[in-house]
Design a protein around this ligand. Sequence first.
Ligand SMILES: [Zn+2]
Length: 678
Amino acid sequence: MRKYLLPVLLISSLCAAEPPPAPPTYVCQRAAAPLTIDGRGDESTWQQAMRLSPLRDIEGPAIADETVVRMLWDDEYLYVLADMKESHLWATLRERDSVIYHDPDFEVFIDADGDGRDYQEIEINALNTVWDLFLTAPYRTANQALHDWNIPGLKSAVHLRGTLNNPEDTDEGWSVEFAIPWSSITGHSAQPRRCSPPAAGTTLRMNFSRVNWRVQADATSPCGYSKLTAEDGSPLPESNHVWAPTGVINIHCPEFWGYVRLSERPAGSGFESMPVPAPDNAQRRLFAYYNAQLAHRAEHGHFSSTLNTSGVTPLFTSQQYFAATSTASDGTKLTLDSSSHLTITPPDEKRTPLYLWVQGGKHVGDTAWWQQHFAKLAEAGIYAVIIGGNTEQLAHLTPIAHAQGLQVYAWLWALNRPGDTTALQHPDWYAVNRHGLSCHAPEDRPFVEYYQFLCPNNAEALSHLLAQVDALAAIPGLTGIQLDYLRMPDVILPRGLWRKYGLDMSQELPEYDYCYCERCRNAFRRAYGRDVAEAADEDADWREFRLQSVAHVANALCERIRSHNLRAACAVFPTPQIASRLVRQDWQQFRLDLALPMLYHSFYNEPSEWATARAADAAEQTQQRIPLAPGIHLPDSTAESLPAELERLRNTSPAGIGLFCDDDITPAMLERLRQWQN
Ligand SMILES: [Zn+2]
């Protein structure tokens, strides 16, 4: 019954106590070759297509779900492939446009222009029976679903790994493949036939859902199974696993769906990510207001002129209202009227989200101090804070920052783990240099006492790091986790630091060259069939092996972060080429949602213009696959120099700009930031 409740009855399920977290995003790459729609997805271009982040419970929590969804596109179709593990395959519905979710199903939702109206839904069961329907608006607004609408040219196929409707055996699962013609997607948006095929760069709002029922073997049932029932005889509720949770058991809240951007790059040409579009938060505020008005009208018969949602300004006429808001981060203006018509007006000049690192270990427990601190940062136009500190400090500070409208990233040191009491109990977890000395022993550490690097090929050490991600991800309100020190010790220091350490590092020195532990040497031998060359610093394979080892750790951590529906960010050296040479960090291989290149020019004895040039290099070397937020080291700047530095970086069209760190930000700088953002 979940979809057929009258709007009035749905009101109670309109407003989740907690809005769901930021929506997932996905960059859909082009199919590199034609696809046969057979439900198998065994073409190599499907194997190379990126996975969407895992499905979650529709109300938000992470769940054990092994559905793997991938997408591709070409000029004719949008392709979807879903692979689902399932030990009991069953289906009963054979007639097109039956209510398919009464069987276990897989569902696709597409709102082509993202205005929360005029969207399509496709459901399919294991018999390849399709229900396609078109909704002029969500059910909450009015029941305007066109159930008998059929998508001309839709191709679908199902592949079963097991036997259908046979409770005697255990099945493996099923997969579904769709080719959805663009003419049906873009042709029925608010601007008909606007773009068929769409242009690369087009962004759609989408969601996916998998419905399952609890069943028992039942010889009297034609399909061999019957649904488990409650005491009153009604079936136990179905499970709803979705890509973008809506916070309530109602998927028809398009304002919470994920974002899918079409890329011109073919599958297999490298990981791509996109930021959550800047107006997303403002849009949610408007729909929260809209839902509250619907609830009020259901109870009192009319809209309320006194209803308050922070940041939303309503304007009333006798029958309807217009609610307006704008985004703090870039000045986009949005309006939503009582018929749920959403209008988004981009700003005249685009603002750039500012990411500020915050040292969370000070003023511990002093809520008032932090409230004031975050309020000042928000007022100066800071978009996100990257907060360092232990888990308790982060759990304390995250809601305080959030209440000031700041996005929050947890700052996690990855391969360098100073004072990690668990790691220190395992001497074999630590990286070893060419002389055989380990980062475990205080007297053997390179450069500084806090260089306590772990080996990138130690599975136990990696599990330990993944557990750190899990612990941070349990803090409510985070947008993402920012990884730091995802690299080896500096085999070559930035030139500006040579004098400080009394070193000439024009070539790789053995005492700063890691990881030569037994495990790494053995793994190299297995991979290349030989030992590391005597002249190790000239061994290109050995260099490549260690770049891959660090990238492997990075990607395991990024995938784990995304599995929590969080964004994976990383502070990296200036460009992938510089990072590979200096610290074995080939970060163009990292599957990041945001890279923050540390363009700290004084470390390199360079002027601030050098930073701008390296920001452009980084964008070119990563082929603009990864959103970049190039970082400024605030001690290198003054309040007077900052606006020009920001402006030069902004001209490289980054996704944001990083600032390190809050301890170095002066009141004069905050004032300059505020002026620059306005
Ligand atoms: Zn090692």
